[in-house]
Design a protein around this ligand. Structure first.
Ligand code: E4P
Length: 214
């Protein structure tokens, strides 16, 4: 499973990249706004840090506007993946991107029918938002299972990118289901390595090591 980081904070991205485990980055308008910097400046900085797919989201909600933004974003760097919301105008833009060799990440997916449409339109990635479904008492990971089942049945090439991840259990379930990608906040990436028995065991080894004659 590929690991993407879900942030626009270049400091976090640099730190996560230093672990040697990072395959890509996802951003959205909210994450970009938190940086306080212009959109294209942030995206260019991220492209310099990570050599992998970098999702940058359009903010138009009509086909013509999305198409113009998609073209501009794709010009920034060859690793740019244009992130497009799952509305009908967005699907038209996904199709246009597919025909123009521009990679897409179809975002704000909350149902299997939406995911089916995205695959038919030629999306590179589909982003089911599991945490936001959990927030309204729906099992977010059930949606991921349904999408994987549908995509496998028809050999769709669209990759399943589990998004809106809130904790390590989402990551475990995504991996068990065979999701292609999991995008995680910096905090979740760091939680993955933690185990109290590892810390206790290491402390004991370090303590006992002091008793070994040098
Ligand atoms: C990913 O592409 C999304 O931007 C992100 O995972 C949304 O996460 P949130 O629901 O925690 O805002």
């Amino acid at each position: 499973m590929k690991f993407f980081i879900d942030t626009a904070d270049v400091k976090e991205i640099r730190e996560a990249a230093s672990y040697g485990l990072l395959d890509g980055v996802t951003t959205n308008p909210t994450l970009i706004a938190r940086t306080g910097k212009p959109f294209h400046t942030v995206i260019k900085e991220i492209c310099e840090v990570v050599d992998g797919p970098i999702s940058a989201e359009v903010t138009s909600i009509d086909f013509e506007g999305m198409k113009r933004e998609a073209g501009e974003l794709a010009e920034i760097h060859e690793n740019i993946v244009v992130k497009i919301p799952l509305i009908m105008e967005g699907l038209k833009c996904v199709r246009w991107c597919f025909e123009n060799n521009i990679d897409t990440n179809v975002t704000l997916c909350f149902s299997p029918t939406q995911a089916l449409l995205a695959a038919k339109a030629g999306a590179t990635y589909i982003s089911p938002f599991v945490g936001r479904l959990d927030d309204i008492s729906h099992e977010g990971m059930d949606l991921v299972a349904q999408i994987i089942e549908i995509y496998n049945a028809y050999d769709y090439e669209t990759e399943v990118l589990v998004a809106s991840v809130r904790h390590p259990l989402h990551v475990v379930e995504a991996a068990r289901m065979g999701a292609d990608v999991c995008t995680m906040p910096f905090s979740v990436i760091n939680q993955l390595v933690k185990h109290p028995l590892t810390d206790l065991g290491l402390a004991k080894f370090m303590e006992d090591w002091k008793k070994v004659p040098k």
